[in-house]
Design a protein around this ligand. Structure first.
Ligand SMILES: Cc1cc2nc3c(=O)[nH]c(=O)nc-3n(C[C@H](O)[C@H](O)[C@H](O)COP(=O)(O)OP(=O)(O)OC[C@H]3O[C@@H](n4cnc5c(N)ncnc54)[C@H](O)[C@@H]3O)c2cc1C
Length: 369
């Protein structure tokens, strides 16, 4: 019998399991053969303190020290690498720019406005006639998602926990204060289940008899293109338009492009839609001198949100021993160290650590009923 059964081996489940393994025996159960197969393996890998609502920004800020100084043996190279983020706006978007600057500087104090010349120095492909204003946050970083996720999973095992892959949870039943979890690879039991099933969290919640949290998985598309030959792009910042309808960033010698789509879908192994790729290509060609001649690689993933876009972490008010850890939206990697600590604290009846400026009620599943 384990102390904690974590359902889902993406970044949410892996980081919670890592911190829970300090407190008791953990079994992490993942349906796929690779824990990063779904959303965690499909991200744009950007760490930015200038994105999401106030709770997200607080969780992101509180995660930075872990990324910068992970525990010994977690990873053998840096988890964050300098990237920078430039928010661009066409003319006539002053209100949106002022709002982005005011909200951005609250958590990313180094954010500042650039002149058009400075913006073009950072990304010479930008169309000068299109560009109205630009902001720059030098503190935004590339994350090594593979190393972060792998570090959490390795740490779970090093702390005596078990990671079961190819094990789909098929049923949950509570008897005499113990969950009996039926999986495609056998049965496990324990007093606490942590539901970190990503886009499937409401599906798993229903198996346990819990009231759904109203999770909406939303597809986001990304693809890579080759930059024009001779154009040096490796040091460009991530460029995102102020209304979040396009972003692009260097990615392993190529450029990653996304239309920043948010199409609601049922949980699934989602695939990119050609219309979204065409839309992103058209927007990229409006904002820059770049031309999309060939898509090198394309993918899509589900970013799952609840109503207020704040993640959910806490025991279900209606089902004993069932802990929700869901709704990481578009921020799950960069918030994972803080969210893992929050989940481990709340699941073991402790307070949220004082360096993480969110409250248990902001994250509680009960707020959604
Ligand atoms: C295109 C794109 C760009 C993004 N960019 C960023 C970014 O720059 N920065 C950032 O921080 N975040 C970003 N994100 C968001 C981030 O990837 C997610 O917030 C995060 O990966 C969610 O992690 P998760 O563990 O909740 O979900 P998942 O990684 O999907 O993990 C959930 C797991 O649960 C498993 N599961 C489900 N049901 C069962 C079951 N019945 N039994 C067993 N296992 C089950 C699934 O197989 C899955 O592996 C991006 C996302 C996308 C799609």
């Amino acid at each position: 019998m384990a102390d904690f059964i974590v359902v889902g081996g993406g970044i949410a489940g892996a980081s919670a399991a890592f911190f829970l393994a300090e407190r008791g025996e953990v079994i992490l159960i993942e349906r796929e053969s690779a824990c990063g197969y779904h959303t965690t393996g499909r991200s744009a890998a950007l760490y930015t303190e200038a994105y999401g609502n106030a709770a997200i920004r607080a969780l992101t800020v509180a995660s930075r020290p872990f990324f910068e100084r992970p525990p010994a043996g977690f990873a053998d190279h840096p988890l964050l690498l300098p990237r920078g983020e430039m928010i661009v706006a066409p003319k006539g978007n002053d209100r949106a720019v002022e709002k982005a600057l005011a909200e951005g500087t609250r958590f990313a104090p180094m954010m500042r406005e650039l002149t058009a010349t400075e913006a073009l120095e950072l990304c010479p492909a930008l169309d000068r006639d299109w560009l109205g204003r630009a902001l720059f946050n030098p503190g935004s970083m590339d994350m090594d998602v593979h190393a972060i996720h792998g570090g959490f999973l390795k740490g779970v095992r090093a702390r005596g926990g078990t990671v079961l892959t190819d094990a789909e949870v098929l049923g949950l039943e509570r008897r005499a204060g113990v969950w009996h979890v039926r999986t495609s690879a056998g049965n496990v039991a324990g007093p606490v289940v942590v539901n970190a099933a990503g886009a499937w969290a409401d599906v798993v919640g229903r198996m346990a008899g819990a009231r759904p949290i109203g999770l909406v998985p939303k597809r986001r598309t990304a693809f890579t293109i080759d930059p024009p030959s001779g154009m040096e792009t490796a040091r460009w910042p991530m460029v995102i338009d102020v209304n979040e309808t396009l972003y692009f960033k260097p990615e392993s010698g190529r450029l990653l492009v996304s239309p920043a789509d948010e199409t609601p879908m049922d949980p699934c192994d989602c695939q990119p839609d050609e219309m979204d790729i065409a839309l992103a290509a058209a927007r990229l060609e409006t904002v820059t001198s770049l031309r999309v001649r060939r898509v090198a690689h394309k993918w899509a993933g589900l970013r799952s949100f609840v109503r207020d876009k704040t993640p959910v972490a806490g025991f279900a008010p209606d089902v004993e021993g069932f802990f929700w850890l869901a709704g990481q939206g578009g921020y799950g990697i960069m918030t994972s160290p803080a969210m893992g600590r929050v989940a481990a604290a709340l699941a073991t009846g402790r307070e949220i650590p004082s360096d993480i400026a969110v409250t248990a009620s902001e994250l509680a599943p009960g707020r959604l009923s």
